[in-house]
Every structure is written in structure tokens, then in C-alpha cells.
Design a protein around this ligand. Sequence first.
Ligand code: PMP
Length: 314
Amino acid sequence: MRCSRGGDFSNGQLQPFGNIEVNPSAAVLNYGQGLFEGLKAYRKQDGNILLFRPEENAIRMRNGAERMCMPSPTVEQFVEAVKTTVLANKRWIPPPGKGSLYIRPLLMGTGAVLGLAPAPEYTFLIFVSPVGNYFKEGVAPINLIVETEFHRATPGGTGGVKTIGNYAAVLKAQSIAKAKGYSDVLYLDCVHNRYLEEVSSCNIFIVKDNVISTPEIKGTILPGITRKSIIEVARSQGFKVEERSVTVDELVEADEVFCTGTAVVLSPVGSITYKSQRFSYGEDGFGTVSKQLYTSLTSLQMGLTEDNMNWTVQ
Ligand code: PMP
């Protein structure tokens, strides 16, 4: 779907997956004026297809668009476009328990500009791909390294929205960590180099004495939809959940650590390395609280339990 600056994204149409033509002077290519989203569709035992809170992705894209000086689809247009794309690709959705269909909406400034300015024209598109587990470890514990040299986001920057430049910022740190055998990188705040922020593509939680803590949303981390859902599920199960500043020192004493995200779902963290010290978690790395929340969330997403939160959409 294309539209002008003040435009309307209601003229969508399906087309086969393939290359798209972009002007070399497009704002997205030159100035990073682009946003994306990620969500999943699951196939249920009865054949029905479930989406998980797609309107939350729509709202996040709209918030990001405001920060990036872009027009954006309405929540209804976004959800309708997701549904239409998923239904047209139904045959690619893996059978129950074998994975999901990853849905990637993109919003970008495709109009040509030369001097730095928002584009005069925008494109919203969605592509999909069947996926299995995000980390090669599957749901087995992952190993993180705390990054002390590189930062993902700065106060007043774009860390709180899902813009493409944030991911450019993490490529180097992530490549170095992977080459050393770590699954991913845990970032610290860039002012004190002391407070936990998030992982390259997921949010972080620690559990200590059954209290669950996660860094609060204050502009430098992405407000994850899985993060929000886990907080709500945990509270509904009687856990105390704190959204606050979490220091890197708290990793030493934590009983469990896990990350959340659409792609990673809920991944237990088996170990974290910080300044050459390695901290390990849980007996088999998948602690009791993490496992309980993982089961509750995935049962909801896959339609294995009744959706008493009213989060899934057919
Ligand atoms: N942080 C970052 C940087 C991410 O890319 C993602 C994935 N979207 C998340 C957190 C988790 O967000 P969500 O649960 O909405 O997928």
C-alpha cells in the first residue's frame, strides 16, 4: 500500500512475494525512515488460525510512526491487512506444535528526498514466513553476554520504537558475541553502564524469591508485547511483578532470568557473562517460575487453553 504524507492506507492488495522497486533516493534507504513489526499466527488443532494481540502491534507502529514523522495505517487497517495476508498464506502455517507463521509488517518512507527530511510518500507492506524456534538452543537455556562497550539506545533517541536503525546499532555487538559462542547480547544503559536494558530482540526479566522484575519502559527499550503479556499473566497468577531500574549486580543473586519477545516467546537464560564472570541459573536452566509462565503464555497463544485474557484473534 502506498500513500502520500497525509495519506490513507486503505488501498491494499495482495501480490506474490518478490523484489520491490525503491527509488535510490528514498528516505528509508538514506535516512533510515522505516519501522517494522513482528507477530505470529498459530494453527490450532481444530484448524482455526490464531493471531496474538495484533492490535497491540498496530498501536506500537502508530506510536513509532509519530516519532519517525510518518503517516501510519489505522489500527483497523493494520489488523485487517494482517488477517488478509495470513489467510492468503494459510498453507504456509505449520501444523500445531511445529512452529508458526511469522508476520512482518513494514512501514517506510519510499518517497525520494535528497536533503534530510521526511519522505513525501510512504509504503506499508506485510510479508510472512513460517518459523520454528528463534535460538538454535530451541527452548533450552540461552547464554548471554553483558555488553559494556556498545549501546543500543540513548535517552531521547529512538530506542523505544521499532525503527530499523536500532537494529543496525546492535549488529556489531551481536556478531562479536555470536562469534564467541554466546546466544545474544544483554545491553546496559549508556549513562551509567549499570542498569539492564534489553537483549538485541527481546526484553529481560529476573526472578528473585518469587518476585519478578523487569526494566521499566522509559524510552530506551522497546515496550514488548510479550513483556506486557507476561507481566499480566504473572500478576493474574499472584506473582509480584516490579517494573523498575534493575542493576547489573542483581544478576549475581537472581534465581532465574528469562527473555521475552514474539520471536523468542519466553526463553530461559542459562548463564550470563559480565566482565569475564559467569553467572548460571536454575537447575536445568529453566527455572520453575519461567517454566510456569512459558506454559501459560504458549498455551494461550496456541489455543490450548481457554483464552480468559481475550488476547487471541481468529
Ligand atoms: N526488544 C527488542 C529490541 C525487540 O526487537 C523485540 C521484538 N519485537 C522485543 C524487545 C520484544 O517485543 P515483542 O514482545 O513485542 O516481540
